[in-house]
Design a binder for this molecule. Sequence first.
Ligand code: FAD
Length: 507
Amino acid sequence: MENDLPPRVVWFKKDLRVVDHEPLYTASRFGTVLCLYIYEPELYREPYFSSSHLQAVHQALTQLKRELQRLGADLLIQIGESVDVLEKLQKTTGFTELLSHQETGTGATYERDLAVGDWCKENGVHWREWRQQGVIRALRQRAGWANQWQEYMSEACLPAPKHLQGYKMKAWGQPKSARSLGLTQPTQSGAALTNESEAHRTLNDFLQVRGEGYQSGLSSPVSAFDSCSRLSHHFTYGTISLRKVFQATKSRQEELRRLKASRPGSNEWLRSISSFSQRLRWHCHFMQKLESEPEIEFQNMARSYDGLREANHDIEKFELWKRGETGYPLIDASMRCLQKTGWINFRMRAMLMSFASYHLWLHWRPTALHLAQEFLDFEPGIHFAQAQMQSGTTGINAIRIYSPSKQVVDHDPSGKFIKAYLPELEALPAAYLAHPQKMPKELQNRLGIRIGKDYPAPVVDETVAMAKARSKFYRVKRSPEAKKEAGEIYQRHGSRRSPHRSKATHP
Ligand SMILES: Cc1cc2nc3c(=O)[nH]c(=O)nc-3n(C[C@H](O)[C@H](O)[C@H](O)COP(=O)(O)OP(=O)(O)OC[C@H]3O[C@@H](n4cnc5c(N)ncnc54)[C@H](O)[C@@H]3O)c2cc1C
């Protein structure tokens, strides 16, 4: 087993694919390649982590390793702190080039990257990083961002390398289950599969079959499972690149326009594809906020709202919300759906967050951390910015308080979704879906749905809680300090219209 020269090390992080992978493609053109994945136990102690995330990594790595073998290389799988692993690897291989994608992660992954950067400098290793999103590192100002995004997304996607000249090693290691890493077994039995071929299959299925109903079906949890693209966990683990999806979407859009010109008919497909394409930009628009201001993982984007909720953390209410036992059927069904599948649509996510922040008056940080654990697609840049937006602490977005009972009427009037996740409400008549507690006692007994016994009484009175929250909130929002701060925040983070998309809705 001989190697002539040290390899170029390609470090896979949240980019578990071979297609449109610039570090891998570049390395493949210049000689021997050593592909590396590191399980980092220090990250598993972070409060947003759950072993369900590792299940997705396991699935993606299993296929990635096979693909790399097919191309002539393999995937070295290590466990430990990145700097220690790289140091050991340098001793055995003498590598001086490290290639990877940039990561817009959490404070913990940022610290890890800083440590790796220092180690590289001290040990004569040249670390090259490539963008893998439309996110711009060290961005000076937001003006012009959308144009730069468009340019990046329009650059040609790279194919998988035709062949890899793999470095030779004795032992490569296998993808690890959560249990073999000493962690609890994942519980989300209904979670979607995460790997590169599944990502491409899902994209195709969406663009050719399911996508027509996107625009009309994305808000209801009854239709969203089929109508939405369901690509988010693939973006999170990088089993497909956003650029690949953007370009496939654009091609489909052009095809649909041609079809429409020759056979005028319904606009449903075109409307849906355009609305989906817009959201691909939102993905990076939100991530850019965390890239430019990492503090928003930990603190209110608008500091004028500091102190508003922090002291009020009611553990009991928090636990009921987490368990899906608030007495509001759509909240509880959404939470239990997350426990099982790791996914729920945007509208329900926004409702869960808004209910916790306004009705239960809980600060966004602990609730956002809980949702991060539940979301298979936890993406820090989108997640913390959205959590703050739905809690009103960004200073720049309109306040939106979702009523959990109105959402039932609007999005699950027959109770199909609610009853799928709350079997105890199977016999509940549609008229009481929004307010089961309003059922007469006699009916409760007859149906076996006794409020407070078979299904919880509402944790708070919706109308009273909403009015209280509104009044406390607007007291701050209308203050001169909050108004002044909002202007400053808009300069840092507000979206700017792109000349290409002058009619685009703002996120
Ligand atoms: C409180 C809260 C937390 C969220 N946390 C996450 C998260 O951790 N990870 C995550 O990927 N999304 C998050 N979202 C955004 C959104 O709900 C999901 O991206 C979407 O539901 C994923 O399903 P999909 O891929 O089928 O989406 P589609 O509707 O098919 O959209 C396609 C892609 O566009 C992007 N996108 C869609 N909606 C948004 C949005 N509102 N903001 C930013 N990007 C968007 C996502 O990358 C998504 O995969 C959060 C939303 C809220 C309200």
